[in-house]
Write a protein that binds this ligand. Structure first.
Ligand code: ZN
Length: 323
């Protein structure tokens, strides 16, 4: 299989989990009334409510940023696809468990979708297991969710993705419990800002998954029709994206980066799904007084930038056109 071009690999600062625990415990208190951060054994993620294709988040943790928002603006590039079985090799981790937020491949699905990618990639003849979910606007205009594997047997994503990859092993992870939001930041932004402020000169990244156990969340979905995004500027994005309020419990794989080491990274991206048919691209909870988060995270050792678009730099983080 042919590799995708323009891979850059940058080492990240991956602190010891106990140190990270202390940093997050102190920082998240600026955004939540109740915070409990611990170092624990990763729960078995093959079990409910997760049903992921691998048990844990451990072993050679790394992240990747593939493609980008710029690809959504072009009628050719909007149909770019990336096969996770190829990507796992480019991440120097064949057989990796890959999880995160991606845009669905429009040509394959036939509609725009925010995909929750959960793939155990192929290894030495053992076929891949694709447990991904897609969320989209249904023909009735409502939020709809389905299993990616019901649509196709491949392991592809569309023109952009923010993913965490590891060996999928059990092991120690950082557990975050946060209740009652007192600040203006989402859980992901609060984690990111805490790391940025605690390690101002270093680039850190976390990957993992969290639950919104109680409350509701604001998500977006894109229009169903696969067509280049007509919106070129952030202030017009709300005319294009459709905002929904969805109910807990929600399962939210995520990737976040504290500081871009100048390779045009998107600094956070989270998609969520549920067992009741709701999901999408997570913005923030809408029920600060009652919200309860429970998350499991690992610091990544490397970031791999794959197929970085050549157009305008840093649009990812300035724009709110975030699929
Ligand atoms: Zn998204």
């Amino acid at each position: 299989m042919t590799e995708y071009h323009k891979t850059e690999k940058v080492q990240l600062h991956a602190p010891d989990l106990e140190e990270l625990r202390g940093v997050l415990q102190a920082g998240l208190k600026n955004n939540f009334a109740e915070v409990q951060v611990s170092v624990v054994d990763c729960p078995d993620l093959t079990q409910d409510p997760y049903q992921f294709p691998a048990k844990g988040l451990c072993g050679s943790p790394r992240i990747t940023d593939i493609g980008g928002v710029q690809n959504l603006l072009s009628s050719v590039k909007i149909n770019k696809e990336y096969d996770m079985n190829v990507i796992s090799k480019q991440l120097e981790l064949p057989g990796a468990f890959i999880l995160g937020a991606t845009r669905g491949p429009g040509n394959i699905l036939g509609f725009n979708a925010e995909v929750i990618t959960l793939i155990l990639t192929e290894l030495e003849g053992k076929p891949a297991v694709n447990s991904s979910h897609y969320t989209c606007i249904g023909p009735d205009g409502k939020c709809q969710q389905g299993k990616y594997s019901d649509k196709t047997s491949d392991c592809k994503i569309g023109p952009l993705g923010n993913l965490y990859a590891c060996e999928g092993k059990p092991g120690k992870v950082v557990e975050v419990r946060a209740k009652k939001r007192t600040g203006n930041h989402s859980l992901v932004t609060a984690l990111r800002k805490t790391l940025r402020e605690s390690y101002p000169d270093k680039s850190l990244a976390l990957g993992g998954t969290f639950l919104i156990q109680k409350g509701k969340a604001k998500v977006h979905l894109m229009p169903r029709e696969v067509a280049p995004c007509p919106v070129k500027t952030p202030d017009k994005a709300n005319d294009y994206l459709r905002i929904f309020e969805v109910n807990a419990p929600l399962i939210c794989p995520t990737v976040l980066v504290s500081k871009d080491p100048d390779i045009d990274l998107r600094v956070e991206h989270t998609h969520c799904f549920s067992r009741h048919g709701e999901g999408g691209h997570y913005h923030i909870d809408t029920t600060p007084d009652t919200v309860e988060y429970l998350g499991y995270f690992m610091p990544a050792e490397f970031v791999y930038r794959i197929d970085e678009p050549t157009e305008t730099h840093a649009i990812n983080n300035k724009s709110i056109i975030k699929d």
